[in-house]
Design a protein around this ligand. Structure first.
Ligand code: GLN
Length: 412
């Protein structure tokens, strides 16, 4: 008997040959990192916690009684702070009463949105590579996943606009966008966003955007929410969260904003997933969104520095590096280090913790098995630079020692 979870696991790239359960690629690589005491540049989570004053605000909330179910849509103070954040940063107006829903991280918002909008026979178009939870949500809905490649080149990974045109059809119910993009670090340009918007309008599809790295952009690149494009607010659900912005990934406070009828639909599903959660974290994040701009700037500056440190060292070691415009991640082509025993990025990533004392994640884990993109990016791996500088320098030293001969070990 094939059970539904097996098709979900397969869609998210978790199928074991024998059909048994397997952890996500992130959990698998973190386990290998622990086993070999490797520098964990695999799973994307910061190794230092977010600002003390935000954590103190949550502690205070616990001590002053914010410990029972919060309202299903989130506490009013947080919904107001989210609406104010959208207005202040992007000029997007949403009504905190009807157009904002607080979720258990962005992951729940994505699942609830896809489950609310799609079912068997519907197609969901996403970029490829894609974050694993996107494929899983589409599979849970029983919908069909259609992908549009991000193609590596001199300007980083860019949208294949011609494929977008053919991928979006009358069967497309949702276009699921992720910018800044995990794993490639691409910040979609105005032209790319306009192409997606035009495709959505052409077939009357809803756009769902995962923007959790919205504040983590570099080199003066600005993140543009699709909802801010002319006419798009009426058909766009915008998802973000506090985890990446404030280095509090375990708090799982996310949100989704958009037109009231669409938010009603998502809220209907969400109330039967978690109903509500994160009571003491909600007031803390309400304050963070309102008073935390300096902390965001500080994180962005330090991440820019850490991106530069890791990217230039990887290039120096011999990887081809896709320069990320945002996120926690840099993708690198490991072709120069492959061999008959280690034939692709997946094998390289699995061998690296034992062989070099460093963990990364294969980009193929973000692709559909057998797809053109999976083939094109088979040799690529993703490293995260959201680790402290000492960890990054140690990882660079280890990679240099394991992958190059006779190079100076302190020139990172
Ligand atoms: N978002 C994190 C990453 O991309 C992983 C989170 C998880 O383990 N599911 O690395």
């Amino acid at each position: 008997m094939t059970l539904r979870w097996q098709s979900v696991a397969r869609a998210a790239g978790l199928a074991s040959p024998d059909g048994s359960a397997r952890p996500t690629i992130f959990a698998e690589m973190t386990a290998l990192a622990t086993q070999y005491d490797a520098a964990n540049l695999g799973q994307g989570f910061p190794d230092s916690d977010g600002p003390e004053w935000i954590r103190q605000a949550a502690a205070n909330a616990i001590h002053s009684g914010a410990n029972q179910y919060p309202p299903g849509r989130g506490i009013p103070a947080l919904r107001e702070a989210i609406a104010a954040h959208q207005a202040r940063h992007y000029g997007i107006t949403v009504d905190p009463g009807t157009e904002v829903l607080v979720t258990a991280g962005a992951t729940e918002a994505i699942a609830a949105a896809v489950l609310a909008l799609c079912g068997p026979g519907d197609e969901v178009v996403s970029l490829e590579p894609f974050y694993d939870a996107h494929a899983a949500a589409i599979a849970m809905a029983g919908a069909t996943h259609v992908t549009v490649p991000l193609v590596p080149g001199a300007g980083g990974f860019r949208l294949d606009a011609a494929t977008l045109e053919t991928a979006v059809t009358a069967n497309t119910r949702v276009i699921l966008v992720n910018t800044p993009h995990n794993p490639t670090g691409t910040v979609l340009s105005r032209d790319e966003l306009e192409a997606i918007a035009a495709a959505a309008v052409r077939v009357d599809a809803v756009v769902v955007t995962d923007e959790v790295y919205e504040h983590l952009t570099f080199d003066g690149l600005a993140h543009t929410p699709l909802a801010s494009l002319p006419g798009m607010a009426a058909r766009t659900l915008t998802i973000s969260s506090a985890g990446k912005t404030f280095s509090l990934t375990g708090w799982k406070i996310g949100w989704i904003t958009g037109p009231a009828p669409l938010i009603d639909a998502v809220a209907t599903i969400k109330q039967f997933l978690t109903y509500s959660g994160g009571a003491p974290f909600q007031p803390a994040i309400a304050r963070a969104l309102t008073e935390g701009d300096a902390d965001i700037r500080e994180l962005r500056d330090s991440l820019t520095h850490r991106r530069d440190l890791l990217s230039s060292a990887l290039a120096d070691i011999g990887f081809e590096v896709g320069r990320p415009g945002g996120t926690y991640f840099v993708c690198a082509d490991a072709t120069p280090f492959l061999s008959a025993e280690v034939p692709d990025g997946a094998a390289f990533a699995r061998a690296l913790p034992a062989g070099a004392g460093v963990a990364c994640v294969p980009v193929s884990a973000f692709c559909r098995e057998g797809s053109t993109t999976a083939r094109d990016l088979a040799n690529w791996v993703r490293f995260t630079f959201v680790k402290d500088e000492a960890t990054l320098r140690e990882a660079i030293r280890r990679l240099r020692r394991a992958l190059t001969q006779g190079s100076p070990q302190n020139s990172d």
